[in-house]
Design a protein around this ligand. Structure first.
Ligand code: NAD
Length: 270
């Protein structure tokens, strides 16, 4: 990975996850600075990972090569205006992980010539199992694209979208998706409890089935999910009986509607 000076604006969950991933993969902590108003917060992060910290965003970003905007979307405009007042963005790469703030908004806030990549990570990034969708407008260099990809590979896997609207697809298929699986797992746990298992046992069974299914799929990358499902479904057996109920209830249709609702909500938030 190219070594550049990186400044994080915001030292919350997602910034911490990326810093942790970078440092544990050998990126020099001395090249990383985190900026946040709370001294306690950023000093704890600095002590844990050996990175630099600053209470003043502009001072922290001043000599950075890469600025990662990691504040809440509703704070983004204010934070960008403050930065733009004193920081020269030419030659810097800006990465935004904020949901719902599109590239044209960043051009308006930070200048039309801005080198910006929009990134949509998801919460499993906090444990190194994230999926980040990335979008780079046409002017962004190959080197900046490669750096952005390497940065997010520190917390999981990545996929590029060609069109900015693809970010909303990433939200539906990956950003919001951990909650879909938790919903499914919660319902299964509740049912296992009502079948007589205690809660820890029910949780353990469901979690092991979920992570086991994911591990099987990962171990067989050439097999479509539908084939993996068929492989564990004997004709006339118990799995077939359960799957038939999902089919009768048109689970596929419900999933499609739910994902479309996520896209529609993401579009509303832009
Ligand atoms: P968070 O609330 O944990 O962190 C926000 C950080 O911003 C805090 O450290 C806070 O001190 C800091 N902050 C507040 N005001 C500031 C200011 N004026 N200047 C500098 N820093 C300031 O939030 P998070 O979960 O890390 O989310 C950060 C961004 O990542 C958001 O835009 C969110 O949309 C995006 N995101 C998060 C997730 C996720 O799973 N957590 C997923 C996708 C995208």
């Amino acid at each position: 990975m190219q070594q550049r000076k990186i400044t994080f604006i915001g030292a919350g969950n997602m910034a911490q996850a990326i810093v942790a991933g970078l440092v544990s993969s050998g990126y020099p902590a001395s090249l990383i600075t985190v900026c946040a108003p709370s001294e306690h917060h950023r000093a704890a992060l600095a002590a844990r990972y050996g990175v630099n910290h600053h209470g003043d965003n502009a001072a922290g970003a001043h000599d950075a090569d890469v600025i990662v905007l990691a504040v809440k979307p509703q704070l983004m405009a204010e934070v960008c205006r403050q930065l733009a007042a004193t920081v020269d963005f030419s030659g810097k790469l800006v990465l935004s992980i904020a949901a719902g703030v599109n590239v044209s908004r960043f051009y308006a806030l930070l200048g039309e010539n801005l080198a910006i990549v929009r990134i949509m990570p998801n919460t499993p990034s906090l444990v190194g199992k994230g999926l980040s969708g990335l979008f780079a407008p046409s002017g962004v260099s190959e080197s900046d694209r490669a750096f952005s990809a390497d940065l997010m590979c520190a917390v999981g896997k990545i996929c590029w979208v060609e069109d900015e609207s693809g970010i909303n697809g990433v939200i539906a298929a990956a950003g919001s998706a951990p909650a879909y699986f938790f919903l499914f797992m919660d319902a299964m746990q509740q049912q296992a409890v009502s079948m007589g298992f205690d809660e820890p046992t029910a949780r353990m069974m469901v979690l092991q089935a979920a992570s086991g299914a994911a591990a099987l799929a990962e171990a067989n990358p050439d097999q479509p999910f539908s084939v993996l499902r068929q492989n564990v479904t004997s004709k006339g057996g118990t799995t077939a009986a359960a799957l038939q109920v999902f089919e009768q209830q048109q689970l596929n249709h419900t999933i499609a509607e739910a994902m479309q609702a996520a896209v529609a909500r993401a579009e509303e938030m832009e």
